[in-house]
Design a protein around this ligand. Sequence first.
Ligand code: FE
Length: 230
Amino acid sequence: MNTKALRPISYGLYIIGSRKEDRINGQIANTVIQVCSEPPTITVAINKENLTHEFIQDSKVFTVSVLCQDAPLSLIGNFGFKSGRDSDKFVGVNYKLGETQAPIVLEHAVAYMEAKVINEADVGTHTIFIGELVDAEVLTEDEPMTYAHYHQVKRGTTPKTAPSYIEEKDIKKEGESKMAKYKCSVCGYVYDPEKGDPESNIAPGTPFEDIPDDWVCPVCGAGKDEFEKQ
Ligand code: FE
């Protein structure tokens, strides 16, 4: 079986919110699908290890914020590579509580949905939650983020707990750079000196050694000392 056949499947990028009593949490997911229109019903696959999974099973509600193409890596990294067990991911984030009292991210989002869980399916590492919409709204006409754009243009990475995670060794490196690349040992993000990190004001052509010491991984927030030369 050639699992590379799975790579051309298209996805978006979403922040899934939920709550447990008065606590809220959210995480990145790429597996939101509309499965029927009457009544409007969607599914999302969530890793059983994630705090959001525990929250959705408890409250039976979840929200989906559809990220726009310009969503910064720092926002995606905050919700994708940190755990709500360690910190409140919503500090400093523009959000509101919806009808379900679950959080909806309003920044860098083109639309949102709120759903109540009507069924779930156990698929081993993940649970597929099936939710009937209770509310939905369009926020902007901006271009939504696709998973391909996140990887190819923004050079984002995928945590091991994602359903579409593929071992890094299978991914072919593109292009050759004369300056050394450095890889984040926490999330797998690769700093390429030729491209720099414009979102953090690191100009293209900046060698890793010349990046200020307070610079952090744009995806997961790890410090410069967590990077390894490739
Ligand atoms: Fe990182």
